[in-house]
Structures are given as C-alpha cells and as structure tokens.
Design a protein around this ligand. Sequence first.
Ligand code: ATP
Length: 252
Amino acid sequence: MKKVMIGEHIVKSFGEGDEKHHVLDGVSAYINEGEFVAVMGPSGSGKSTLLFALSGTDVVDDGKVVFDGRDLTTASENELADIRRTQMGFVFQQPTMLNNLNILDNIILPSLRDNRKNVANITAKARTLMKRVGIAELEKRDITQVSGGQLQRAGICRALMNNPRIIFGDEPTGALNSTSAQEMMDLFSEINAEGTAVMLVTHDANVAARTERIMFMRDGSIVSELQLPKYDGTDMEGRIEHVTVKMREIGI
Ligand SMILES: Nc1ncnc2c1ncn2[C@@H]1O[C@H](COP(=O)(O)OP(=O)(O)OP(=O)(O)O)[C@@H](O)[C@H]1O
C-alpha cells in the first residue's frame, strides 16, 4: 500500500542544556494513502509533537519526514506553508477562527490567499461544504454565536476547502459533548471513506475505535499498535473493547 506520510527516526526536543527535554526519541511512523489512524498515549507522551512533526508544522531536530515523496525536513518555509495549505487540513480542539469575521468568511479566508480572483467559486464550495455538515444557515453568524459543535464543523469545512490528501486532528472532539463528538466522528469517517487520510490524536477510546490503526505512544516512542477492520458502522462496542483492553495493557 502506498504511504502518503513517512516519519523516520524523528527526534524532537524542547529547551536547552540541563533544561533540555527529549520529547520524540527517534520515532518512526507512517500513514497509508486513505488510511484512518489514531495516536493515543498518556498526557505528555508526545502525541501532539508527533502530529506537528509529521505535518511539517514544527521543525524536527533529526530524522526525516516524507510527504507524498517530498522530504519536508529539507523544504523551505514557503514550500512547507504551501504544502500545508494546499494538501493538508487541520482540525484542533478549539478552532482558530477570527473574531471579526463571520463563519463563511473564516472558512474561505485561507483559500482566498491562493486564488483571490476566484471568490465566487470558493464561496460556492464553502457553501456546499457547510450544507453537507449541516451549518448552511449559519454563514452570517459571528463565531461567538454558534455552538462548539457547529464551530468544529466550520473548522472541518475550512480543512476540506482544498481537497487535502490528509487531515490532521488534535483532539478534535475534546471540547464537545458526546452527541456532537459522535457527529464529528461520522464526518471524519465520511471524509475518510472518500479517500482522504485522517490522523487523529485522542484520549478517547470511542474516537480511536472508529479508526483502523492506533499507534500508542509512551515517553516519546510508539510502543504498540492496534489494527482494526475499517469501520463499517457495526460492532462499535467490540471495537471500543479492543481499544480499552490495549489501553489497559500499556497502562493508559
Ligand atoms: N513548545 C514547547 N515548548 C516546550 N515544551 C513543549 C512544547 N511543546 C510540547 N512540549 C512538551 O513536550 C511534551 C510532550 O508534549 P505533547 O503536547 O506532544 O504531549 P501529548 O502526548 O500530546 O500530551 P497531551 O495528551 O497532554 O496533549 C510535554 O512534556 C510538553 O510539555
């Protein structure tokens, strides 16, 4: 199977001298084309740092990060920014949206940077996505006038605007109630079923159980993996049980 993302022996530390903290300790990880993966592990084990390293958001100290055949560790800042903006999508626990723009404008803003002349098409695409995720009627609302779940859906729309090869989510359901979280996971499953690879960092067994491969981290290393069949809407209880057994096994 073709790998869209490969990290080889990634080393990342923060701080200097006695204060130096090795967070990623030579981690190797990959994501197949169209794969749905999760990263779990105790707080501070390096999950988010791995996500930022693989997505070229953070510079690594050592190792290689190859996206679609391109080594991101040798790319210029501009190239990296281009790749992130045009081929990757990001969804965080708290969407980073601008207060002075309405929901629609927040969704289209990053795409306008690439193509200012195409406002009509970009807006039409955003509206199609908003309709799809059930927030079509909220386009004029301020970001403070919608619920957390609705704002996350807007974040998904923004992440999908450029038809990314891969979506990275850092605790994307972490601030949502269980119904909104489930709806969000339905969306990720749909997006993945259309061929987009998805990598989610999560503490939640219900979220991880939706994916097909879970990497478990501890102290800056991947210590174990769990493979699950692609989610087809059935046996959620069995999947969650597999995940929780594994979590217990490695002491999360
Ligand atoms: N920018 C930074 N500067 C200094 N230390 C950092 C920085 N980012 C992360 N760290 C440290 O690196 C370690 C790993 O952080 P990371 O956020 O990757 O862990 P995590 O597994 O995602 O944790 P959590 O589940 O709590 O979000 C932590 O000890 C954290 O304090």
